[in-house]
Design a protein around this ligand. Sequence first.
Ligand SMILES: Nc1nc2c(c(=O)[nH]1)N[C@H]1C(S)=C(S)[C@@H](COP(=O)(O)OP(=O)(O)OC[C@H]3O[C@@H](n4cnc5c(=O)[nH]c(N)nc54)[C@H](O)[C@@H]3O)O[C@H]1N2
Ligand SMILES: Nc1nc2c(c(=O)[nH]1)N[C@H]1C(S)=C(S)[C@@H](COP(=O)(O)OP(=O)(O)OC[C@H]3O[C@@H](n4cnc5c(=O)[nH]c(N)nc54)[C@H](O)[C@@H]3O)O[C@H]1N2
Ligand SMILES: [Mo]
Length: 676
Amino acid sequence: MPRTVRGACPHDCPDTCAWLVTVDADGRATSLVGDPDHPFTHGGLCAKVNSYLEDRVYNPARILYPQRRLGGELVRCTWDEAIDGIAGRLRAIIDEHGAESVLPYSYIGTQGMVQGMAMHQRFFAALGASRLERTVCGDNGNAGISATNGSFAGIDPELIEHSRLIVLWGTNTIVTNLHLWPFVQRARKAGAKLVVIDPVRTRTARAADLHLAPRPGTDAALALGLMHVILAEGLHDADYVERHTTGFDALRERAAEYPPERVTEITGLAADEVVSLARDYATIRPAAIRTLVGMEHRRNGAMTYRSIACLPALTGAWRDRGGGLMGMTGPYIRAATRMDRMFLPEPPTRAVNMLEIGRALTELDPPIKALIVYSGNPAAQAPNQSAVLAGLAREDLFTVVHEHFMTDAVLHADYVLPATTQAEHLDLMYSWGHLYLSLNRPAVAPQGEAIPNSELFRRLAAALGLDHPALRQSDEEIVRDILGADITYEQLVETGWVKVPGAERPYADGGFPTPSGKCELYAESLAERGLDPLPAFEPAKPPNGHPLSLVSAKGELHFLNSSYSGVERHTRAAGDPIVEISAADAAERGIADGQDVIVFNDRGAVLARARVGDAVQPGVVAMASGRWASRSPGGRSVNALTSDGVAPWGRGGDFHDTWVDVAVRPFDGCGHAVSR
Ligand SMILES: Nc1nc2c(c(=O)[nH]1)N[C@H]1C(S)=C(S)[C@@H](COP(=O)(O)OP(=O)(O)OC[C@H]3O[C@@H](n4cnc5c(=O)[nH]c(N)nc54)[C@H](O)[C@@H]3O)O[C@H]1N2
Ligand SMILES: Nc1nc2c(c(=O)[nH]1)N[C@H]1C(S)=C(S)[C@@H](COP(=O)(O)OP(=O)(O)OC[C@H]3O[C@@H](n4cnc5c(=O)[nH]c(N)nc54)[C@H](O)[C@@H]3O)O[C@H]1N2
Ligand SMILES: [Mo]
């Protein structure tokens, strides 16, 4: 008898789709489809995950057995040999160099609280390893929004259906947040106007009623320009401002510095575009601003989000159902669970920011001697790729990689270990894009000798003699522990998912969780940290001798970060790497549409095909991120070009603050050799 098992997509994506797996009498999964009853995802999956069984679970290219490197070659070994070998090497390294010479590298390869969050944290905390600052996604933006509102919790994204003005500000919904799109479309059917603000003319921008393309990194100036017009024309909600905000007079002075003519100079938008957006934003109700991470990967990222977050308080948009700001929903999931129980206290060991992994592996003193990679692909997704690859290639670096596939991170690994997929392990799924908490039950037995992340770290902890009860908890015990009395394991087994409470109009009557209890237009907390206490436009990092601003955002329907870009079907569907360039910049460089070009700066060079057109304005080029270096022409993908700075406020990356030039191939310029 076939049976159906409830689960949910593991990917680092706002949609966290609920799914149903059908398993036949022999224990083989025969279909995996979206759960039609799920109120947010309605049975749809996406171009990436539609063939999850074929592409991941049963993909013949999957890693199924532990392997270790012997004489330069990876050879199969048993789990006991792998665990003993790894524990032995780690012990020797720790004896000689201390536990801080060990570094984990991971991100959200799986978004489960058990497999993606709990057990690995416990293991590395107990070991006293160097701590990885996992700040690549959300940290700058959420820090900025929190400075204004006290939290980055906004409104339930489903409520966008009730909005009548929707501003998708630096988010590419159709590509990155597909299941929100039907809610947007329903609102439009009911008369809503859709505005997209993005320097790139994305699929989402093309589908909007209005696309505004500011220069990259200038959104805070636009936000201040909108405030200027709203205040000059008396369109603000004086009652809301009076009761629920701080620092209105100071803000008024600041906004006065941003008349439309100045905003035009900074952003490149026309003055009447700024004026008419301000009028629409203040007068069409409910008005929702939707953000994710597009603008945050810049040195000024946090301040940009902080500035934008002032807008709904100024116009009182928070009063309306479907009005306000919607960003990441994580705080509601956190409030409905006991996530803190997942973690052991962090020891005060050395911190290494994941955005600096390339430099950490090549320059840090005392050096990292052991690197354990799981649920993340530093060789593709971290900035400054050539430094990362050079670090991974270090002879004296002991590297362990736990993966589904032979990514570039395994090229020099000492041990390669097979990881289970979502169809094979238990997990409780977090969401940052809606309010549903889901339980993922294993549908099939682990393929080959794959084990979940939790089991890997349980085994390593035991082999290293780390002794804490939390290191012995089973997956089900962890799930039961995270769930409180309000949501039970049994209930989730039955329904698969549950909606957690989230306020419909969280700040309709103020009540901001800031020190003042108000929306902080003026934030004393920022002044205390030596930051500008008012919303501010801070110029992006200036060009470093190269004239074109490179946006390397997601942009690719077939890739989920670098996941799937190693899967044949998806690489083929995505085609050659494309660089979008304006007609003016192309003409200046003698580049024709479809021509092979090289995109380069002092960090590196990548090969791409030029698409000359209206996707970007002069001065900007765009390439989608996600490709593996080894699968890219020239052996490097777009992160070979990107900046590996850490934003001072937010601790996230500045990889969109990248400047490049483009030239026709063959390239015989100033020695930027392509690696192969
Ligand atoms: N298909 C697909 N879906 C995904 C992912 C994927 O890789 N592929 N990744 C998932 C992950 S991890 C995340 S975090 C989310 C991210 O979801 P989004 O935030 O929607 O995605 P991004 O592509 O990072 O950025 C959105 C847009 O911001 C624009 N942008 C860049 N700089 C600026 C700027 O200075 N100002 C403005 N206004 N816009 C700017 C980019 O051009 C881009 O179109 O997507 C998730 N969904
Ligand atoms: N240029 C540029 N760089 C970017 C971005 C960008 O927009 N532009 N986006 C940034 C953002 S927002 C993010 S979130 C990061 C994402 O960066 P990463 O989190 O590194 O994302 P992935 O490349 O998808 O790597 C996840 C890996 O985990 C593996 N994996 C999946 N499930 C499991 C599991 O259960 N166990 C183990 N052990 N492994 C598993 C997958 O096979 C995959 O190789 O990239 C960032 N880098
Ligand atoms: Mo992300």
